[in-house]
Design a protein. Structure first.
Length: 275
């Protein structure tokens, strides 16, 4: 069974503005059509794991650092109630800002997508030959010539909507925003809040803020190892252990910096008399 393809030929000598497109039999037949379908509908995915689990892990891993550093800094003041209230306020503010910020970002991305798509539709309707040539030019660095693209060009030329979708995805790298993106931000924000409570747990039961800091440090560093390792598994499985070590380093550095800064201010409050 044979089909037809579009072959791009050189323009006549008196016309250098465009190429000519000829319809010729495709000897590969159904096999070529199937290959075309595979190319058009191919979707690249970075991760095969559940997106929900990924969002939970990311939220848990990110939520440890700032609350732990803040609790360490405030604990140097010797008031566990101040530690608890300060960290809860920070957690609430950070969680809300994460969710609202992600919502605003997703709305902006959606508006950009539809603006670009409408522009592409107009360009395809007004000058499809130029758009086809742009597609051919974009594939040249990959050593894919016009003849190899002919089956794809033919199929897409018969469906302007798919032509636009193809160009936006594979040439402009502009993809339609995921409607579940806001839900993803809610999951991350909730996980962030829950994770941020972990460094605070000892302060709820221990009156001595310094002792609470020691216990909080042990619990939090254990969580840094666990969450950092699992988070790295989703991005760089071969470097998961290194990812866990990085999480510990960041958390330790942040906590020491916060503790030292607050302690410095506490013992040198004369530096801030002008306030």
């Amino acid at each position: 069974m044979s089909s037809t393809v579009v072959i791009v030929t050189d323009p006549p000598s008196n016309d250098t503005s465009s190429h000519q497109y000829e319809t010729v039999p495709n000897e590969e037949g159904a096999e070529g059509a199937e290959e075309t379908e595979r190319i058009i509908h191919r979707v690249e995915k970075r991760f095969n794991r559940s997106d929900i689990i990924r969002d939970i892990v990311n939220g848990l891993a990110d939520g440890l650092t700032v609350p732990f550093a803040l609790s360490a800094g405030l604990s140097s003041l010797g008031n566990r109630h101040l530690v608890i209230l300060g960290c809860l306020a920070q957690l609430a503010a950070s969680t809300i800002s994460k969710v609202i910020g992600e919502w605003a970002t997703s709305k902006a991305a959606e508006q950009h997508f539809w603006l670009e798509r409408n522009n592409e539709i107009l360009e395809v309707k007004n000058n499809i030959e130029a758009e086809i040539q742009e597609m051919i030019d974009a594939m040249q660095p990959y050593e894919i010539d016009a003849q190899a693209l002919a089956p794809i060009i033919e199929k897409l030329s018969n469906d302007p909507e798919k032509f636009v979708d193809f160009r936006m995805k594979f040439e402009s790298d502009i993809r339609k925003p995921d409607p579940a993106r806001f839900l993803s931000s809610l999951i991350i924000g909730t996980s962030y809040f829950v994770s941020g409570l972990i460094p605070l747990i000892p302060y709820f039961f221990i009156r001595d803020s310094i002792l609470g800091l020691y216990i909080s440090s042990g619990v939090t560093f254990a969580c840094f190892i666990l969450f950092g390792y699992v988070k790295s598994l989703y991005a760089y499985p071969s470097k998961a252990i290194w990812g866990a070590m990085q999480s510990i380093f960041v958390g330790f550095f942040a906590a020491v910096s916060a503790y030292g800064f607050v302690l410095l201010v506490k013992h040198h409050d004369d530096l801030f008399e002008f306030m």
